[in-house]
Write a protein of this length. Structure first.
Length: 403
């Protein structure tokens, strides 16, 4: 039970800042540096990101600095089954702090800064971001930024809900243990095209929540990510690829993603103020429990250990569809549908999850999200009495505070 509880804290509570793909899609941004210091998105926000987060409320002067940021997430959770008592009750999920220090600012040469963030949570504590970032004069070009150090690589949709199947499938969540150390190069060669390339040490496959460094098991990793807006229209397209070396496998683990976002108000002349997001992902090697222990704790390796062993080397598929509609400036309706197939050779053994809820921005530094999720599996023998998190109906209230 402690393992399940720890995973839930990591899955729901990770992330120092909100990653709002919806904002980028609606405003035609392809670079995450419009709101974040990191070109990969998430992490500490710059002033553009903080102004967006204020939601036109009067803000606290302490929040109007790009030098620091704090983030606290608390939740009330309830499951329909008594098989997972650790998923019930109130808890503080994460407490994170971050700093962004400008070392050199230059209009003619490359600027340089340092970013560091740390998690102070009870079950996920340790170093998150720790990198130097070099930004080119002018801000946009073939190479916009070079990042050296530890961070979260760019892969797929960086939505605020980091426990989606498309992220758990290949360990590309914003949990501390999924951060990487390496070098990232990012650029915006055209106004409507952005790319991120990162070579890493592959250290994330070695560690649990503590994120221990090292390279003896997984000596390298490669991430490639691109976003574009065709014809400056309402559609944003994205594609990502990850290849991960591992000495415990006879092959390199792979993951690939294709995504799209549609600004609905641009299609409906303002009648539907919202965004529709969709992502499909395939992965190979990430079913292996040595590579991806979170997958096992979510989809029930303890309940069906033999089944997990059988598809350890299989290709998997995951799908996500997510809708957000603004009911007012401070209230948003949310909906999502997900599917995960651990072995594409047996599509009848799949997992499904549907959710609906509301997000209310209470003031410039807080929001409250209420969600209900219905989950099930088409595999025989997996149901709400199995004690498997991925087939539990789940209700939660998430309170998010930031500075």
């Amino acid at each position: 039970m402690k393992t399940i509880f720890a995973f839930l804290i990591v899955a729901l509570g990770s992330g120092v800042a909100q990653a709002r793909v919806e904002y980028a899609v609606r405003n035609g941004f392809v670079s995450c540096m419009q709101c974040h210091v990191s070109p990969a998105g998430a992490g500490i926000r710059n002033m553009g990101g903080k102004l967006y987060g204020f939601k036109n409320y009067e803000s606290n002067p302490l929040s109007q600095s790009e030098l620091y940021q704090a983030d606290i997430r608390s939740a009330f959770m309830h499951t329909s089954s008594e098989k997972l008592p650790s998923r019930r009750g109130f808890m503080v999920m994460s407490t994170n702090g971050a700093v962004s220090l400008p070392i050199v600012k230059s209009d003619e040469g490359w600027s340089m800064g340092f970013v560091g963030s740390y998690g102070f949570g009870m079950l996920e504590s340790g170093l998150r971001d720790s990198y130097a970032i070099f930004t080119a004069p002018g801000g946009k070009g073939l190479v916009d930024a070079v990042l050296v150090g530890r961070t979260k690589p760019a892969f797929g949709l960086a939505t605020d809900e980091h426990r989606t199947y498309v992220r758990l499938q290949s360990r590309t969540t914003y949990a501390l243990r999924d951060f990487e150390t390496g070098v990232m190069v990012s650029g915006t060669p055209l106004y409507s095209v952005h790319y991120d390339l990162m070579m890493t040490s592959g250290e994330k496959t070695l560690a649990g929540a503590g994120g221990s460094s090292g390279s003896s098991t997984s000596p390298w990793g490669l991430y490639a990510n691109v976003r574009m807006i065709p014809f400056h229209g309402p559609l944003t397209l994205g594609a990502s690829y990850n290849q991960q070396g591992n000495q415990n496998l006879s092959y390199d683990a792979e993951a690939m993603s294709a995504s799209a976002g549609v600004a609905l108000e641009k299609l409906t002349f303002g009648l539907l103020p919202g965004v529709f997001l969709v992502e499909g992902a395939r992965a190979h090697g990430w079913n292996n429990q040595t590579m991806n222990p979170s997958l096992a704790s979510t989809f029930g390796a303890a309940a069906q250990a033999g089944w997990f062993t059988a598809f350890a080397d299989a290709w998997s598929e995951a799908l996500l569809a997510q809708l957000s509609l603004d009911l007012s400036q401070h209230l948003t309706a949310l909906g999502k549908a997900e599917q995960f197939t651990p072995d594409t050779g047996y599509p009848g053994d799949s997992f499904f999850r549907y959710g609906a809820g509301l997000r209310w921005y209470m003031n410039s530094n807080a929001n409250l999200q209420l969600m209900y999720e219905s989950s099930y599996s088409s595999r025989a023998g997996l149901n709400s009495s199995s004690g498997v998190p991925a087939v539990e109906n789940f209700t939660y209230a998430l309170l998010h505070l930031w500075l």
